[in-house]
Design a binder for this molecule. Structure first.
Ligand SMILES: [Zn+2]
Ligand SMILES: [Zn+2]
Length: 73
């Protein structure tokens, strides 16, 4: 995949050059959609916030899968 063009993941516009990527979710963002924070580029303020302060992701998928293998000989 040649990286000559990039399309913004936010506004979907195509650009004839490589666009920066969000430092958190790595989506491509153009200059209009990106938000800078402390010298880093993010696609949204939410990503910037998550990057600096930690994501509030609820990873509550605690699947307790029990596999019982009975060996009877
Ligand atoms: Zn954009
Ligand atoms: Zn992002």
């Amino acid at each position: 995949m040649p990286g000559l063009t990039d399309s913004c993941a936010i506004c979907r516009r195509d650009f004839g050059f490589s666009l920066p990527r969000c430092g958190f979710c790595h989506r491509v963002v153009c200059g209009d959609c990106s938000s800078r924070m402390a010298g880093a580029i993010f696609c949204s303020r939410l990503c910037a916030h998550s990057f600096f302060y930690g994501g509030d992701e609820d990873v509550g998928e605690d699947s307790d899968e029990r596999v019982e293998v009975e060996e009877d000989e």
